[in-house]
Design a protein around this ligand. Structure first.
Ligand SMILES: O=C(CO)[C@@H](O)[C@H](O)COP(=O)(O)O
Ligand SMILES: [Fe+2]
Length: 225
C-alpha cells in the first residue's frame, strides 16, 4: 500500500485569497492540492482555468496540483494545464471522444493521468485502460458542487476498483472525491482508497490543521489489506 494522501479541494477555499489559502492548507499538513475545473457544460457549474493554476505556481506553490477536469471536450485543455503547472490531470471518460488519446496526451505532457468515474459510471470504462493509468478517481457525489453528502454505495464500488487494481499488478492510486470527512475517511480507506479529496470538511473549519490531523488519526487506525 502506498502512503495515504490528503488532497484538499480548493473549490471550498476563499477565492479572494487563494494563494494564502493554498499555502495555509499545505502548511497545515495537506499532501497536494485538488483543483476542480468546471465548464457549465459537462457539469452545471463554472470555476477556474489554467490561468489560476499558473497564478498559484507564480505565487510559489510547489506541491502537486491535481487537476480534475469536469469539462467537455477534454483534449484542448490538457496541454494548457500542463504548461500552467499541473502535475496530475484526470477527466471523465464520457466527456472524451477518444479516451485512450486523452490519456496519451496527459502522459506526453509529463503529467500523471487519471480516469474519473461518476457514481453511475460502470467500471467497464477501466477495461483496456488500467495499464495506462496512474490513478482512478472515484466520485462519491455527482460532479459539479462541493459540500454534498457521500453516496454510501461508493464503498462497494471502491472495493471492486481496489480488486481490479490489485489484479493489474500496477501501483495505480485510487482517489476518492466527494463528501469525505473525519467521520467516514477510515471506512473509505478500508474500502481501498489511498488518496482523499476533501473540500468543505477542511475549508469550512477555522483550523485546517486540526481537521487534517484528525483525518490522519482516523487513517492511522484503518485496517488496510
Ligand atoms: O469534484 C468535486 C465536485 O464535483 C469535488 O472535488 C468537491 O469539491 C469535493 O468537495 P467536498 O464534497 O469535499 O465538499
Ligand atoms: Fe474534484
Amino acid at each position: 500500500m502506498q502512503p495515504l494522501l490528503i488532497a484538499p479541494s480548493i473549490l471550498s477555499a476563499d477565492f479572494a485569497r487563494l494563494g494564502q489559502e493554498v499555502e495555509e492548507v499545505l502548511q497545515a499538513g495537506a499532501d497536494l492540492i485538488h483543483f476542480d475545473v468546471m465548464d457549465n457544460h459537462y457539469v452545471p457549474n463554472l470555476t477556474f482555468g489554467p490561468m489560476i493554476c499558473s497564478a498559484l505556481r507564480n505565487y510559489g506553490i510547489k506541491a502537486d496540483i491535481d487537476v480534475h477536469l469536469m469539462v467537455r471536450p477534454v483534449d484542448s485543455l490538457i496541454g494548457m494545464f500542463a504548461e500552467a503547472g499541473a502535475t496530475m490531470i484526470s477527466f471523465h471518460p464520457e466527456a472524451s471522444d477518444h479516451v485512450d488519446r486523452s490519456v496519451q496526451l496527459i502522459r506526453q505532457a509529463g503529467c500523471k493521468a487519471g480516469l474519473v468515474l461518476n457514481p453511475a459510471t460502470p467500471l467497464h470504462y477501466l477495461d483496456h485502460m488500467l495499464d495506462k493509468l496512474d490513478y482512478v478517481l472515484l466520485m462519491s457525489v455527482n460532479p459539479g458542487f462541493g459540500g454534498q453528502s457521500f453516496i454510501p454505495s461508493t464503498l462497494d464500488k471502491l472495493r471492486q476498483v481496489r480488486q481490479r487494481v490489485r489484479e493489474s499488478g500496477r501501483a495505480i492510486r485510487i482517489e476518492i472525491d466527494g463528501g469525505v470527512k473525519v467521520d467516514n475517511i477510515r471506512a473509505i480507506a478500508e474500502a481501498g482508497a489511498d488518496m482523499f479529496v476533501s473540500g468543505s470538511a477542511i475549508f469550512n473549519q477555522p483550523d485546517y490543521g486540526q481537521v487534517i490531523q484528525a483525518m490522519r488519526q482516523e487513517l492511522a487506525q484503518a485496517e488496510l489489506d
